[in-house]
Design a protein around this ligand. Structure first.
Ligand SMILES: *[C@@H]1O[C@H](CO)[C@@H](O)[C@H](O)[C@H]1NC(C)=O
Ligand SMILES: *[C@@H]1O[C@H](CO)[C@@H](O)[C@H](O)[C@H]1NC(C)=O
Ligand SMILES: *[C@@H]1O[C@H](CO)[C@@H](O)[C@H](O)[C@H]1NC(C)=O
Length: 354
């Protein structure tokens, strides 16, 4: 069947699910409260698609400032029934305390939840939603882009042009091959698997992954689970696609980098703190590894004078993984549906499994 057609069919199905669920939430909400609930959306630039979903059944308020201050958000939290939490500001018990008994539900507009104090939500059994899955394709696309850009020295090549150093020649600016290479994916969740599917077209040699337990989906993609040390030693390209937790904090440190091939390319589309950035800078400077492609850094935003940005073999982009029009629209719509369902006391479209 035509791929475009399948895409449209899936899109319609997805939209159908969204509409059905929101229709259910409407009735419950309206019947239960008798007046329109109020929802705080913490960022004024949240896509209209999501805001409009909320407005069908709720009044929507925003902080005055852009970006909003924490004080402002805490102040408004006490005046609303639900919050759409847009951005990576710490979401913790303080927000729930300030929300008080009126606040019924919160949904983030992200897949990674490292900025959320999950324990606090679990303790209070407070309805919490998030937006995984819809961003897998966009994030995987940017991972592949970083793989090629770093492996083929796009940034260094551009710098050479800027500095009138375009010499050319058969040995100039040579990069690493992808065909036949060994690729290691740290974290074979939705994003890791989507990267693996993208790689099918590149005729890579071997696909390795690490994780807590073997995943049938990964094996179906021809991936082989190995201990982390083996993945680090064998891989020509290494993708980081795990959530940031206490266990994965600085997972890629000096010893991990020392295990990698000198020709290795490291790609991080997860969270900056999974990599010990100081150790990475050292490794990129002295040839411990070949190059890195980073969508995420420590801190964010990265200051313009950070040493990482002075390295020709570091391709750095400003956390653009899910930044496409369609993806952000979908994320906003799902977050809105989560909040509506939470306020109505019904199961969220995409609850966080705490
Ligand atoms: C993670 O580490 C922080 C600080 O080191 C600690 O406060 C927190 O309880 C830890 N969380 C878990 C889930 O272990
Ligand atoms: C790197 O992390 C590993 C695993 O957590 C740890 O055993 C090792 O001591 C760390 N190495 C450095 C140099 O921090
Ligand atoms: C590069 O620097 C790191 C960190 O200082 C060190 O562990 C490593 O041995 C050095 N490697 C080379 C090839 O000089």
């Amino acid at each position: 069947m035509n791929k475009g057609f399948v895409r449209i069919l899936l899109g319609l199905l997805f939209y159908g699910v969204l509409s059905t669920i929101s229709a259910q939430s409407v009735e419950t909400t309206m019947v239960n409260t008798g007046k329109r609930p109020v929802v705080l959306v913490t960022n004024k630039e949240t896509p209209e698609k999501g805001i409009n979903k909320l407005r069908l059944k709720c009044d929507v308020i925003f902080p005055e400032n852009h970006p909003a201050t924490r004080d402002e958000i805490l102040e408004l939290a006490g005046q609303v029934d639900g919050i759409m939490w847009v951005g990576h500001m710490l979401l913790n018990g303080e927000v729930l305390d300030r929300g008080g008994s009126r606040l019924k539900a919160i949904s983030t507009m992200s897949a990674g939840m490292d900025y959320v104090d999950i324990d606090e939500f679990r303790k209070r059994k407070f309805p919490l939603g998030y937006t995984p899955i819809v961003l897998n394709d966009a994030v995987a696309d940017s991972a592949i882009g970083l793989m090629i850009a770093a492996g083929r020295r796009f940034h260094e090549g551009r710098l050479a042009i800027d500095q009138s150093q375009w010499t050319g020649g058969p040995q100039w600016m040579l990069g690493q091959d992808i065909k036949g290479s060994t690729v290691g994916i740290i974290g074979m969740g939705g994003i890791g698997q989507t990267i693996a599917r993208r790689l099918k077209g590149f005729e890579i040699g071997q696909l390795l992954y690490t994780g807590r337990r073997p995943k049938p989906e990964a094996e179906a993609l021809g991936a082989k689970m190995v201990p982390q040390a083996e993945l680090l030693q064998e891989s020509d390209y290494i993708f980081i696609a795990v959530p940031l937790t206490n266990e994965t904090h600085h997972l890629i440190n000096e010893s991990a980098l020392a295990k990698m091939k000198r020709t290795a390319v490291l790609v991080n589309v997860a969270r900056g703190d999974i990599v010990d950035q100081k150790a990475l800078v050292a490794a990129l400077k002295n040839g411990t590894i070949f190059a890195a492609g980073l969508d995420v850094t420590t801190p964010e935003p990265l200051p313009a004078d950070d040493e990482l940005l002075s390295l020709p073999n570091a391709v750095v982009i400003p956390h653009l993984g899910s930044a496409t029009v369609q993806t952000r629209d979908n994320m906003a719509e799902i977050a809105a549906l989560n909040v509506l369902a939470g306020i109505a006391g019904t199961p969220m479209f995409s609850p966080y499994p705490y």
